[in-house]
Design a protein around this ligand. Structure first.
Ligand code: GRF
Length: 228
């Protein structure tokens, strides 16, 4: 984490004071729908007092449920309607412009249902995370719970990864698994995975905020916490 030491020459007691002043990181969250992962991240950031602020929540859909939750908490919300743009590249350019107004240190994809152009992904290289509801590299793409059941998997789960140009690939930060039960349906399995997602995503984001993540030849390394 960026830290700045400010030396105040003399305090009221006549002793020099050393004040550690942490710079807050800006997080921009992108959603397309209900935003339950976004909620989990916002709650964790507040409860655990992360040195970070949720600078904005941006959606490509005006009716995304999560927008209301964020705006009630006083978080800036923006809609960049994907349907209003003729091409993927034009939409991504408009989206990038909106995101960058908030000077993000980290962009968090939380159920953001868009395929992103390589230029957009490159712009946020190493500072954009996604959560995907499967144990990647298994089942990239849509209908992951259905795919896991059809494949007869005994375990299923969720993955947080850095975003790269290839959909649902990219260096893995963290995974959480659940057992697949004999009578599971797509819905029951999805619900159990979602409970895990809500714990996993805040944990992974916190590691980023604490500057503990690095990428080494495509693998994520997690540094031990620093003591203050
Ligand atoms: C989650 O399952 C997430 O893993 C996937 O899309 C879903 C979004 O749910 N990328 P929510 O909008 O966070 O509730």
């Amino acid at each position: 984490m960026l830290q700045r030491s400010i030396f105040l020459p003399v305090s009221w007691s006549g002793l020099p004071l050393r004040v550690q002043c942490r710079l807050m990181k800006n997080i921009v969250i992108l959603i397309s729908g209900r935003g339950s992962n976004m909620e989990a991240v916002i709650h964790a950031a507040r409860k655990e007092q992360w040195p970070a602020r949720i600078a904005a929540v941006i959606s490509n859909k005006a009716d995304a449920g999560g927008l209301e939750f964020a705006s009630k908490l006083g978080i800036a919300t923006v809609v960049v309607p994907s349907k209003a743009y003729a091409s993927r590249a034009e939409f991504d350019a408009a989206l990038q412009q909106e995101i960058d107004r908030f000077a993000p240190d980290l962009v968090v994809l939380a159920g953001f249902m868009r395929i992103l152009t390589p230029g957009f992904v490159a712009h946020y290289e190493g500072r954009m995370l996604n959560i995907h509801p499967s144990l990647l590299p298994l089942f990239p793409g849509l209908h992951t719970h259905r795919q896991a059941l059809a494949a007869g998997e005994r375990q299923h789960g969720a993955t947080v990864h850095f975003v790269t140009a290839q959909l649902d690939h990219g260096p893995v930060v963290a995974q959480a698994a659940v057992d697949v039960l004999p009578d599971d349906t797509e819905d029951t399995l999805a619900a159990r995975v979602l409970v895990q997602e809500h714990q996993l995503y805040p944990r992974a984001i916190r590691l980023f905020i604490e500057d503990r993540l690095s990428i080494d030849h495509g693998d994520v390394r997690i540094a031990a916490p620093t003591r203050h």
